[in-house]
Design a protein around this ligand. Structure first.
Ligand SMILES: [Zn+2]
Ligand SMILES: [Zn+2]
Length: 234
């Protein structure tokens, strides 16, 4: 059936417009390899890249000043180029068909960055129900579901809830972003979380305030560890 559909509607790469062989989906190899991956050196806790050569594990200034609630955060690529475009279309243009491509990116990043970690639960960063209603879906849940399929896991979107709608983060300073999200998430009582190792999934990480607030709520609920994975870093 897919072969038939591909003949009718050849898949075109969203980066360069070339037709893509089936297995490469909607982003071709050239565009993949051109995307700016996040590579060392970066903070071994929050994963923030730094310029220059560092040949040992290090913790960045902001993580040393205040230890984040998560145990690690990694992002696969920078929020630009073909990855930025795919995430933008996934979020704002209902391009749900791009999720499998992005899940490959997430999966590769997990294998590289958390090679020995076993996760019990995959939890997407929730949207507030008002925002979800207007968009129709939560792009983080869509990504987490595709990733879970690749890992042979299930996702647990109900574990966290967003208890208040955070105003759009785009135009806020880092400090305002923090107070905007600090109490925005709650662990849903009655769910089994004690001692669990959680993988928290989001599309984009910017200051880390959102994933940190989620991690804090998950830890409050008893999670043993919370590791964060995002497709891009803004
Ligand atoms: Zn391409
Ligand atoms: Zn850091």
């Amino acid at each position: 059936m897919n072969v038939f559909l591909d003949m009718l509607y050849p898949r075109r790469c969203i980066g360069c417009g070339e037709t893509t062989p089936d297995s490469f989906r909607y982003i071709c190899w050239e565009c993949w390899s051109d995307s700016a991956r996040i590579e060392p050196p970066f903070c071994s806790l929050c994963g923030d890249p730094v310029a220059g050569a560092v040949d040992h594990d290090f913790i960045c200034y902001s993580c040393s000043a205040k230890k984040p609630a998560f145990d690690g955060a990694r992002s696969a690529a920078r929020y630009d180029g073909v990855v930025g475009e795919a995430l933008r279309q996934l979020k704002y243009e209902q391009a749900l068909w791009l999720a499998p491509d992005l899940a490959i990116l997430l999966h590769n990043c997990i294998r590289a960055e958390y090679p020995n970690q076993k996760f019990d639960l995959l939890v997407p960063v929730p949207l507030h129900h008002v925002r979800k209603r207007s968009r129709g879906y939560n792009q983080s849940t869509v990504l987490a579901r595709e990733l879970a399929r690749r890992l042979g896991h299930k996702i647990h979107p109900g574990l966290l809830k967003r208890v208040r709608p955070t105003i759009s983060q785009t135009n806020l300073t880092a400090k305002d972003r923090l107070s905007n999200v600090t109490k925005a998430f709650q662990f849903r009582k009655g769910r089994r979380l004690a001692g669990k190792k959680v993988l928290l999934v989001d599309d984009i990480m910017t200051t880390g305030a959102t994933v940190n607030a989620c991690a804090r709520a998950l830890k409050k609920g008893g999670a043993a560890t919370v590791h964060v994975i995002t497709a891009a870093r803004g």
